[in-house]
Design a protein around this ligand. Structure first.
Ligand code: GAL
Length: 421
């Protein structure tokens, strides 16, 4: 399966009009300042692939890390930097945030390098929808993550004779067994974006792709206020009963560590979690299992980390273009994503270097796209703009922490989405 995403491209007109050379960069005066939230062990390893790649091309890397999974804190710091007139060269960014900054006129025009390197032909349409604004390339997509995964400790599954669950009932039965054996069943970090990541998968599993789209993309009031949504909240309450007492505020990578160390059975998390397992020397299918959240098989909720390029003076542009070009190189896309847990943002990268979970991820992404079952993740800014996303976060987290019952949560969700629009 060499061209795993070939079906994701169709239908996007080539609209780059500014054709020009990327320009040579002299080592002495070229550097990029990159704001990102890749601070966990696995994330830092992946970022190193990019740093080293760039440095070997004569561009110095000025690191601007802002810890906090999901990137909320990073976006707050970014806003302050831009307000102070001091935007970084490039910023890790998700979905609608990229479009919001582009609409403010803050982002650079990458059309020249995009045209020269043929990005239009190799970047899936689902990603171009966020990487381009008014016909201009404004960011370079580095990966595709998907968020509806389960990461399981294989030893615990084997010891308890648990088969990979494929339905909600099977999942609950598996969690009961794990809890009954004295383990923490669900490793979870109580932070709004993590609660919302689980909610993505639960909503998909309750109502299927059409319901997910109606609720999170179309923001349809009937779907948001439906019995199915109440069922989704009921399931969240059920999952809440399987987390340990110390879950509140825990970082996602510490939750991954609980599964890695054999203290917990499963984590529901995007495939950046795989980066932590790999970093700890674990192997898929030997030490850990990756499978879709039960009831969501065949569908994929995705997010794509992109590096949005801010308008910098002429002196910074050559290095910026070099960064964009490095990110888009097929060899880099393979090397980086093998470490990160994600899959390439180009259609023409071989799956050869990827492990079993990576190969599965690439295949399922292409299949979901071909069958119309690929949807942007609400939790990770690819279904609705930030204001709506944050409104949903508040309700999901308040409910998860027992402040609302499911019925109230449904009402609150409807009004939170209404207010945010
Ligand atoms: C996501 C991002 C991933 C990963 C994760 C946890 O939003 O797309 O690359 O970093 O946050 O930090």
């Amino acid at each position: 399966m060499k061209r795993y995403l070939s079906k994701l491209t169709g239908g996007v007109a080539v609209c780059a009009i500014m054709i020009g050379a990327a320009g040579a960069v002299s080592a002495a005066d070229s550097s990029v300042e990159v704001l990102h939230w890749w601070t966990s062990g696995g994330e830092a390893s992946a970022l190193n692939v990019l740093k080293e790649d760039l440095e070997s091309n004569g561009v110095a890397w000025k690191d601007m890390p802002v810890a906090g999974g999901g990137g909320e804190q990073a976006m707050t710091v970014l806003r302050a930097r831009v307000t102070a007139g001091n935007a970084p060269t490039a910023v890790q960014m998700l979905g609608f945030d990229i479009q919001d900054w582009a609409a403010e006129g803050a982002l650079a025009d990458l059309n020249a390098v995009a045209a020269k390197e043929g990005w239009d032909d190799v970047v899936p349409a689902a990603l171009q929808r966020f990487a381009k604004h008014d016909g201009k390339w404004i960011s370079a997509p580095v990966n595709v993550h998907s968020t509806n995964w389960v990461w399981a400790n294989k030893k615990i599954f084997d010891e308890l004779g648990i088969a990979q669950p494929t339905s909600w009932d099977e999942l609950v039965a598996a969690l009961d067994k794990i809890k009954g054996a004295g383990y923490t069943a669900v490793a979870h970090g109580g932070q709004p974006w993590q609660d919302a990541t689980i909610f993505d998968a639960v909503v998909m599993s309750v109502g299927g792709p059409e319901f997910y789209k109606k609720a999170f993309v179309d923001l349809d009031t009937d779907a948001l206020g439906s019995d199915q949504m109440k069922e989704a909240f009921d399931r969240m309450a059920t999952l809440r009963s399987y987390v340990d007492d110390n879950f509140s505020g825990r970082d996602w990578n510490l939750a991954s560590a609980m599964v890695i160390e054999g203290k917990a059975g499963v984590q529901f998390m995007g495939d950046w979690a795989k980066g932590e397992f790999l970093k700890a020397g674990q192997k898929p299918e030997e030490d850990f299992l990756c499978f879709r959240f039960p009831g969501t098989q065949g569908t994929v909720t995705f997010n794509s980390d992109q590096f949005a390029m801010f308008s910098v003076g002429e002196e910074g542009q050559a290095a910026q273009v070099k960064l964009a070009s490095s990110i888009m190189a097929p060899s880099f896309q393979s090397a980086f994503n093998v470490v990160k847990g994600s899959v390439p943002a180009r259609t023409d990268v071989s799956d050869e270097a990827f492990d079993a979970c990576g190969k599965k991820g690439m295949k399922e992404l292409a299949a979901a796209n071909a069958s119309g079952k690929l949807y942007g993740s609400m939790a990770h800014g690819h279904a609705a703009p930030a204001a709506v996303k944050n409104g949903i976060y508040d309700v999901v987290t308040a409910h998860f922490n027992g402040e609302f019952d499911s019925e109230t949560a449904v009402e609150e969700l409807v009004s939170a989405v209404e207010v945010a629009q």
